[in-house]
Design a protein. Structure first.
Length: 284
């Protein structure tokens, strides 16, 4: 059983690491920098989650369960590598503004399409009021700059036009924003899976995957468009409902840092039968 478990763990790690390593190599991040981050993360997680009887673990215990020397543990605990007070949620504030624009009837025309709205107006719904209502306290200038950078809006003669109801795309010029998005999206998915596979877990969180094989290449665009349309509609409905709950909740001072729904479309990058580079150890 141990051998089977080890094989399963190795397979899981390769599946997780492979797309991540593609990103890291593209960014020219060498292995030693990644290994340093992994050491720090091992120590940080062990310190936060693997104490005994609600007490933080000693450095000796962290050393034992991580396989790192006590000296390495001490070094990692003093490094202060990761500061969670970052701009990682900036994209989320922008997304909320875009969602409000396509969901709030005040910002839609008679056909249900997003209006072109003034930056600021005393007589009609404007971009300033949209940001104030949905951004969670961000300034109008910062949200506008974010949306302009991502190509979500354009401004002409002090009028703001919605170009696309989503924030980050493969063409986003801001590499840092894309990496923040990658980190957060991966974190949320893996946190959900970790919660669900925890021994004795009686209340799993919602997690589903739809998987199909042998779809003709000629129909892929149709399939992707269908998934995008349905997923966007669900995302908008969930976002609107959660916003409603927050707005009308009886505030007792206790909140959770974050919750929500993650959606993504996936497909193989290759058609069946296309040539691939042999894996390490395989003969070509």
């Amino acid at each position: 059983m141990e051998n089977q478990l080890k094989k399963a763990v190795v397979q899981m790690l390769v599946q997780i690491f492979r797309p991540l390593v593609k990103v890291l190599l593209r960014l020219k991040i060498p292995f030693n920098e990644v290994s340093d981050v992994l050491k720090w993360t091992y120590v940080d997680v062990a310190h936060e989650h693997f104490g005994i009887k609600n007490k933080p673990p000693t450095k000796s215990r962290i050393s034992v369960i991580t396989g790192l020397s006590r000296t390495q543990v001490d070094k990692q605990m003093k490094s202060g590598l990761f500061n969670e007070e970052t701009e990682q949620y900036k994209w989320n504030r922008a997304v909320r503004v875009l969602t409000g624009w396509i969901e709030n009837k005040s910002y839609l025309d008679q056909y249900g399409k997003a209006k072109i709205i003034p930056l600021e107006s005393d007589n009609e719904p404007d971009f300033k009021s949209l940001v104030e209502q949905y951004s969670g306290g961000s300034t109008v200038r910062s949200i506008l700059d974010d949306l302009l950078d991502s190509g979500s809006v354009k401004v002409k003669n002090k009028m703001v036009e919605l170009l696309k109801p989503y924030y980050l795309t493969v063409n986003d010029p801001d590499e840092i924003q894309k990496l923040n998005f990658l980190g957060l999206s991966s974190q949320y998915l893996l946190e959900t899976i970790e919660h669900n596979i925890k021994p004795g877990q009686s209340e799993p969180r919602f997690q589903r995957i739809v998987f199909h094989e042998e779809l003709p290449v000629s129909l892929v665009n149709i399939a992707e468009s269908y998934v995008r349309e349905k997923s966007q509609k669900l995302a908008n409905e969930v976002d609107e409902y959660l916003e409603h709950l927050i707005k009308y909740a009886n505030d007792d001072g206790k909140t959770v840092p974050y919750l929500g729904l993650g959606l993504y479309y996936y497909q193989s990058n290759l058609s069946k039968g296309e040539q691939t580079i042999p894996k390490s150890g395989e003969k070509s």
